[in-house]
Design a protein around this ligand. Structure first.
Ligand SMILES: [Zn+2]
Length: 117
């Protein structure tokens, strides 16, 4: 058998009830924790990935990953650092990113990430 979490679901209803119960507790915990994190992030003026934050297209991979109100945000898909100058000047490597946007796009096509060292 490969991987798995070793749960024996076929061993009776009692077992399943406990599993469900524990899962529910875990889910509540996770929701509480992420709520807390989001609140403190918004307080500090950081990302704030709540429903209120708007995302724009990453200049490199073209996924909607860049929060509009954050300067020099890093794309979580390709790793491109959102730099207005470099976005406007795709041949330039003078900015937050060590390489040009054109090169980053090539890298993303080949390796699935913008910056390959
Ligand atoms: Zn990207």
């Amino acid at each position: 058998m490969m991987g798995g979490r070793g749960k024996d679901i076929g061993s009776g209803y009692y077992q399943i009830d406990i599993d469900e119960y524990l899962q529910r507790i875990n889910v509540n915990k996770i929701i509480e924790e992420s709520e807390e994190k989001r609140n403190s992030m918004q307080k500090n003026g950081l990302y704030g990935r709540g429903s209120t934050s708007l995302l724009k297209k990453c200049a490199c991979c073209e996924k909607y990953t860049i929060p509009v109100n954050v300067e020099h945000a890093i794309c979580e898909v390709c790793g491109w650092i959102d730099d207005e100058y470099q976005n406007m000047h795709p041949e330039s490597n003078k900015g937050s990113d060590p390489i040009s946007l054109n090169m980053a796009r090539e890298n993303f096509k080949k390796y699935g990430k913008a910056i390959v060292l």
